[in-house]
Ligand binder design. Sequence first.
Ligand code: SAM
Length: 198
Amino acid sequence: MDSTQWDERYSTSELIWTGQANQFVERHLADLAPGTAIDLGAGEGRNAVWLAQRGWSVTAVDFSQVGLDKALRLAAEHDVTITVERGDATTWSPPGSVDLVVLSYLQLPQAQQRIVVEHAASWLAPGGTVFVIAHDRSNVTDGYGGPPSADVCYTVSDTVDALAGLDVTTAEIAERRVDTPDGVRVALDTLVIARRPT
Ligand SMILES: C[S@@+](CC[C@H](N)C(=O)[O-])C[C@H]1O[C@@H](n2cnc3c(N)ncnc32)[C@H](O)[C@@H]1O
């Protein structure tokens, strides 16, 4: 989907995703000392706002201005400040190094996935963390929801390969429980977390 399609998708007054941070973001980043963070492909800003609530100085980047406007609204509702920047995740870069980059369901075609993960790694200050959560390719056949196209889904091994030089602390297919009208279903996510050595 291009930015116009995402703008259209976000053009409802309600959030199309939840306002609550992703469960793996909450689980794995809660104890990280706050610093500067980039939420790349931030959408309506649920993860950016959660980080800001914990003292992070967050820049939310997305190519959908409509999504970013909703992120600013969500931040205001939670009495926190975030910075938003409209940009393409495959070409945007921050002015300096950062302590955390979050990629949360930034489902790009495979060749672009490698570019964004490599870029994210290159922005990290020593000791900085890159956090990747995305629909896993196995989800297409074995999991619930998510994109039907395997090309825009991630794999743990490709993601780890793109993080050469970093210390990988988590690399797994994570099971995400989803409440549906038909009961609890399981979605399969690529979850990779890595740190730049100090
Ligand atoms: C599935 S949503 C996830 C939003 C958010 N990260 C979350 O977890 O709630 C994917 C987001 O990526 C953005 N996106 C997709 N391709 C992009 C690109 N090339 N550059 C910047 N943003 C992009 C979309 O606009 C959308 O907001």
